[in-house]
Design a protein around this ligand. Structure first.
Ligand SMILES: Nc1ncnc2c1ncn2[C@@H]1O[C@H](COP(=O)(O)OP(=O)(O)O)[C@@H](O)[C@H]1O
Ligand SMILES: [Mg+2]
Length: 323
């Protein structure tokens, strides 16, 4: 590419090598130990190219999983807009439609207001995504919920009483077969120029207890006025309190672990304060639930819907995500 910086040349060469296809790279979006993302063109079409930049099997498997999700979208489109799959290279790279716009936020825990109309669009999009009727066998459970409770008990995040209450909640939470994006970080939600919210980054997409995406967003938007109450209203209206509480416990325990591992400092302390306050609240709800709480019969089960008949994408088995 004429006038390209050496960085762009190097990135172009790497991507071309990984994909085994000719591409043009205009801009590097993100370069981490894990992935390299660039905006460019593939066969004359504006595209985002994502390649795995690590040899770690975990992340290669995640990218392969994401490719499988894009293939499932192609055969059974979800009810909300997602980028179109343009090209994929087994476990190494993917080329998708470029969506002009911006991300909801670059911070994991945004602060400040999100405009009510934008928040509505985000929630509408995630609920719509959750109503996706994927091809048969295309999605599998992402978490082994009981296994996670055991693991977080072993590392001391859940105490004995939490563990007991959580196992009881798993039994009451209804089927663990509800479609969710699985990682609805503000940076994984694009606000397209036309006003749509378009999710990206489907490395953790699969089946969960109901309300996983809502629980994650509820956690991350703790510093955004009115966001939590809007999510709580949806949870109450759809009768998914039990699985939502379970997902909150799962999300918060992971956030606690991830942030505890950070280097000591003000950033860590501020984040941990935000997370700990929510965990204290979830814990008290968890322990105040009566042991005879009725199972969540109102929880929607994806198995009750008619399966999409188109295509036959490769089945994916993930098991616990290890994070
Ligand atoms: N189709 C797309 N159109 C526009 N921007 C995108 C697209 N896909 C990803 N991005 C941008 O690239 C960033 C990283 O992509 P993502 O798939 O989330 O990678 P990672 O798995 O490394 O987080 C996103 O936060 C977004 O800013
Ligand atoms: Mg991402």
């Amino acid at each position: 590419m004429a006038g390209a910086s050496p960085d762009l040349d190097a990135v172009t060469a790497k991507i071309t090598d990984v994909l085994g296809a000719t591409i043009t790279v205009d801009r590097i979006l993100q370069a981490t130990d894990k992935s390299l993302l660039a905006v460019g063109a593939y066969r004359g079409r504006a595209a985002v190219i994502k390649v795995c930049s690590t040899d770690e099997t975990f992340w290669q498997d995640k990218l392969e999983h994401e490719i499988g999700i894009y293939r499932a979208f192609a055969s059974c489109p979800p009810p909300v807009r997602v980028p179109e799959l343009i090209h994929a290279a087994h476990g190494r790279g993917i080329v998708i439609e470029h969506i002009p716009g911006r991300v909801v936020h670059t911070e994991r825990y945004p602060s400040g207001q999100i405009a009510p109309a934008v928040l509505d669009t985000i929630l509408y999009t995630l609920l719509g995504f959750g109503a996706w009727n994927p091809p048969a066998e295309a999605l599998s459970p992402v978490f082994d919920y009981p296994g996670r409770v055991e693991r977080y008990h072993r590392i001391g995040i859940f105490d004995h009483d939490d563990r007991t209450a959580l196992h009881r909640l798993i039994a009451a939470a209804g089927p663990l077969d509800v479609v969710a994006h699985g990682d609805p970080l503000p940076s994984n939600l694009l606000l397209a120029d036309g006003g749509d919210c378009v999710p990206v980054d489907f490395e953790f997409t699969g089946l969960f207890a109901a309300g996983f995406d809502l629980a994650m967003l509820h956690t991350l938007l703790a510093g955004t006025p009115d966001a939590q109450s809007s999510i709580e209203a949806i949870v109450a209206a759809t009768g998914i309190e039990a699985p939502f509480l379970l997902n909150k416990a799962i999300v918060l325990s992971r956030e606690l672990r991830l942030h505890t591992e950070l280097e000591d400092g003000r950033f860590r302390a501020a984040r941990l304060a935000l997370i700990q306050t929510q965990w204290d609240d979830v814990r008290s709800r968890l322990h105040s639930r009566r042991s005879t709480a009725t199972p969540a019969t109102a929880v929607p089960s994806s198995k009750e819907t008619t399966e999409c008949s188109g295509g036959d994408p490769k089945s994916m088995t993930l098991g616990d995500d290890g994070t």
